[in-house]
Design a protein. Structure first.
Lengths: 485, 445
């Protein structure tokens, strides 16, 4: 498809600005002015609408396709929450209003949304207090590690290391490193859980804490979690809960009750806010009572008279981690989602997410090697090892599914399982849709046995076939206006 | 009843049969009684229209009827209807990160166009596919400059947003980075102070244009000084102003960041917005975040992919250039729609309207007895006035008259209590500006 810049016709306009109604023609000294105008396309509004509508049709999306992406929780995004986020009483609110004198009066509704969301997330996770400011999951991780550092500094602890299981998301070690810590990776045992003996072997007084998901990225709930917490706490380390897999345990287990000291959640996973093709997200961070004083400013507080305010007077706080109060529009969607579902609805969410995952695992285990043959939580993990023996890799199976209208599962993650295929159906998919996925996977397995060479051409029905990624990286053509070879 | 779960009781029985257990509870056997929640006390679920009633009540207790003259980096620009209409397409907002290019060409091409738009706007060679917001983008740029130069001293101009400076300080608290801040003179960068600090140990100089006080500057001389010492220059910019202003590339700046809110995004009480970042091609491997590159498919057709992923956390883990994963893709695409709608001519006109309306407002305000409009340096669409009394009190008194009259600088600058930062966008009419002047005269009189 042509780029919007290639549809340029000089003189065309896509938006009408008003005539100036002020009797002024201001001018600036030419030394402050640009030489040439930005080369934005000259196109009509219809050109723009048609272009982007056509582009949108080149995408898979949750509204049209199943996304059984392990560790990503691609659940349906209720339309109502979009409507809520667009309400002018919220969307038109300037973030500096509450920073005027007495300005909190003008944003009481927005502050109530933030206050209640913090409280409910606290109840869901067993945490004392939340900040909603982190703008994405990884941003929440960084905030969490900064809180950890503030705790250790206040205690006079000399800590250098963060322990992370080898099955963790890449953001965990990256966030800990960005915050100034060194990483110790701990391997998993044969059942998919953390190897306790190996954990004990690396535990020293210099360990600041441990970061993990629970259930872990093998789709397994670690029954030893309380013991792990005791071990980490014994060296005055802190337990960090990566909320990527919270969708498995709503109402069944709260991180705060099994020894976690800090959590981050991904509202764009468990709380059904849209992924947006890669953002914006929202990564609230919750902490137990002993860490509350370190939370970033500002804090949303409820006064004795029932009104809401922002508290900036927090001497032990780690300071500002975002410009304002978080991705408010995303938080508002999650707030509406929680109101719609309520406590029972949230618990049912995990019940059906786990049911769907186990159903898929059982229907597929004849054809695909199960990584850990046991009950799984909200996601199930396979290895394409049998198919690889025939010359068909996880990525080939992924590309084959695309032709069936199915977004591929997560492949080659976690790194602990060779040729990993990680499937997370979520609670919002029906049995019929799960069966379609199972049928497509079984067909792919059959094809691997009969005609493995066929996989090299998949997908065949998309606007493009497999791209040349090496060429992209070599030529680095990332800007229409400066192509280079 | 939960409309977002499709399984019926019959489905559940059949699926449990396939699994070979007799209840959903059995699937949670790994969660032992000792792990059970001590509490899970949440409100009962509601219907859509019950929730809507509650949201209406909450929205009504926010005040959005004030005529806004408040900016501080976030502005009341008009958002064209086509922006919202295109972004309400589920094909964009319910898509996943485009790791599978064959079924994500829509997002990928749109982000490639976004990157190109940011490049032509700033004059830079390469852009990433967006970051969280303007403040965190500036922090990422600073870390990038530290990687590029191998140095750890940062010189920050006093005109950089105080909010951005605060958050950069929090992030680098434990990282042994040396910070120096320089004052401003007549609203602009203090050259003498700045040049005396730049040395062979300087990683980067950080400036903002227009700066927090709305003042325009040409930082070419700062760039020359910094480059002579082997340091980089980072500029945080306001994109709408670049409709007219000298680009950071023309000044020789190395890394450009900013907040994208003004490119077609609602104010949303602080987010979601997006941050942008553009730089020289030579530094692309040190840039954080996703980058979309052009390539061809097996049949030789042009297509787009995530490229240079070896910088990123999902490949490099603790050795990545940043921990960033999710960015703000759909907001960046919305900005791309905005830039396309405005086009080459419209975008320049938008900037001119902002400039003219703000100039008119300055003329109106300077006629009011006791109000001093600062004129020592040029401004774009935001400017500082000195009032005869505490600006916070004046702004409070303007609210019942229907105006969000500006941002009192005393909040972030002790000693500047009488100073008010006033923003005027293309949306403000002559009548509104004149009424604002009348109201301000009343309050001060």
């Amino acid at each position: 498809m042509k780029l919007i810049f290639e549809q340029n016709v000089p003189g065309r306009q896509g938006f009408k600005l008003p005539e100036s109604d002020v009797p002024v023609n201001a001018s600036l000294d030419s030394k402050y002015l640009r030489q040439d105008a930005a080369r934005f396309p000259e196109v009509s509004e219809l050109d723009v609408v048609r272009h982007f509508t056509r582009l949108s049709r080149l995408n898979f999306s949750l509204d049209a396709n199943i996304y059984p992406l392990g560790s990503c929780t691609m659940k349906y995004n209720p339309k109502f929450t979009e409507k809520a986020a667009g309400m002018p009483g919220f969307a038109d609110l300037h973030p500096l209003l509450p920073q005027l004198k007495g300005g909190e009066r003008y944003v009481q509704g927005a502050l109530e949304v933030l206050y209640d969301t913090e409280r409910w997330l606290g109840e869901i996770t067993g945490m004392k207090a939340f900040t909603l400011q982190p703008l994405a999951g990884a941003h929440g991780e960084l905030t969490g590690i900064m809180l950890m550092a503030a705790y250790h500094k206040a205690r006079g602890n000399n800590k250098k290391y963060i322990i992370i299981p080898d099955s963790a998301h890449g953001t965990n070690p990256a966030s800990a490193a960005v915050a100034g810590y060194q990483i110790i990776s701990v391997p998993s045992d044969k059942k998919g859980g953390m190897d306790i003996a190996k954990l004990k072997a690396v535990l020293t007084d210099e360990v600041a804490g441990l970061m993990m998901t629970c259930p872990d990225t093998h789709g397994v709930f670690n029954s030893s979690i309380s013991e792990i917490s005791r071990l980490i706490h014994a060296v005055d380390g802190l337990m960090y809960y990566d909320g990527a897999n919270l969708n498995a345990t709503l109402g069944r287990c709260r991180p705060g009750d099994v020894g976690f000291d800090l959590v981050h959640l991904n509202l764009h996973k468990t709380f059904a806010t849209p992924h947006g093709g890669g953002g914006p997200g929202s990564g609230p961070v919750g902490v137990t009572a002993r860490l509350e004083k370190f939370l970033p400013v500002s804090r949303v507080v409820k006064r004795a008279d029932g009104s809401f305010a922002l508290d900036y007077d927090r001497p032990d706080s780690i300071g500002y981690i975002a410009s304002f109060y978080g991705n408010f529009g995303i938080i508002l969607r999650a707030y509406a989602y929680m109101l719609l579902l309520g406590g029972d609805g949230l618990k049912a969410t995990s019940d059906h997410a786990v049911l769907n995952a186990n159903y898929l695992m059982h229907r597929l285990k004849k054809n695909y090697q199960v990584a850990f043959d046991r009950i799984c939580m909200h996601e199930c993990l396979f290895s394409a090892s049998r198919q690889t023996a025939l010359g068909v890799h996880a990525i080939d199976i992924a590309k084959c599914l695309i032709d069936q209208g199915i977004h591929p599962p997560t492949v080659y993650f976690p790194l602990t399982v060779k040729e990993a295929i990680m499937v997370e159906p979520t609670e919002t998919e029906s049995r019929e849709t799960l069966d379609l996925f199972v049928d497509a996977m079984i067909e792919a397995d059959a094809l691997a046995r009969t005609n493995p060479a066929a996989f090299h051409d998949f997908p065949r029905t998309m606007p493009i076939s497999r791209p040349d990624e090496t060429k992209a990286a070599r030529e680095m053509n990332v800007n229409f206006f400066a192509p280079t070879a | 009843m939960n409309p977002y779960i499709a399984n019926t009781e019959q489905d559940v029985r059949a699926m449990l049969g396939v699994i070979g257990v007799d209840s959903i509870d059995a699937l949670f056997a790994d969660i032992k009684p000792e792990h059970a929640p001590q509490s899970f006390d949440l409100p009962a679920g509601l219907s859509e229209f019950e929730v809507m009633e509650r949201l209406r009540r909450l929205a009504a207790s926010n005040t959005t009827v004030l005529v806004p003259f408040i900016g501080g980096g976030y502005y009341d620009h008009y958002v064209p209807a086509a922006c919202g209409a295109i972004m309400s397409r589920g094909e964009f907002y319910t898509a996943y990160t485009p790791y599978q290019p064959e079924c994500s060409q829509g997002t990928l091409q749109a982000l490639f166009e976004y990157q190109s738009g940011i490049c032509t706007l700033t004059g830079m060679e390469v852009s990433n596919a967006s970051l969280y917001d303007g403040g965190t983008a500036l922090y990422e740029a600073m870390m990038m400059a530290i990687r590029v130069t191998g140095r750890k001293k940062i010189i920050m101009d006093g005109g950089v947003s105080p909010i951005y400076r605060k958050l950069i300080r929090s992030y680098t608290h434990n990282l042994h980075i040396e910070f120096m801040e320089t004052p401003i003179v007549h609203g602009q960068t203090d050259r003498a102070a700045m040049f005396s600090l730049i040395g062979n140990d300087t990683a980067a100089v950080i400036v903002q244009n227009p700066n927090f006080f709305g003042v325009i500057d040409d930082h070419a001389d700062v760039v020359a000084q910094a480059h002579a010492a082997g340091a980089l220059v980072i500029a945080s910019v306001y994109p709408v102003a670049l409709g007219l202003l000298k680009t950071p590339a023309e000044m020789g700046v190395d890394i450009v960041t900013g907040d994208g809110q003004s490119l077609g995004l609602p104010l949303n009480f602080g987010g979601p917005y997006f941050g942008f970042m553009a730089t020289r091609k030579a530094y692309i491997r040190q840039m954080p975040g996703r980058i979309i590159g052009e390539t061809v498919d097996a049949q030789g057709r042009r297509c787009f992919v995530n490229t240079l992923q070896a910088r990123e956390q999902h490949i490099r883990r603790e050795k990545a250039t940043s921990n960033i994963c999710t960015n703000a893709a759909v907001c960046a695409i919305q900005a791309s729609v905005f830039m396309s709608l405005l086009g080459k001519q419209g975008f320049r006109r938008l900037a001119t309207l902002n400039l003219d309306k703000a100039e008119f407002a300055r003329q109106v305000l300077q006629k009011i007895p006791g109000v001093e409009v600062k004129r020592s340096s040029p401004t774009f669409n935001e400017f500082v006035v000195r009032l005869p009394s505490d600006a916070a009190d004046v702004v409070e008194a303007m609210i019942p008259r229907g105006f969000a009259a500006g941002f009192p600088l005393g909040r972030y600058y002790p000693g500047l209590e009488n100073y008010l930062l006033v923003a005027v966008t293309e949306k403000r009419t002559k009548a509104e500006i004149e009424a604002y002047g009348v109201a301000l005269a009343e309050v001060l009189g």
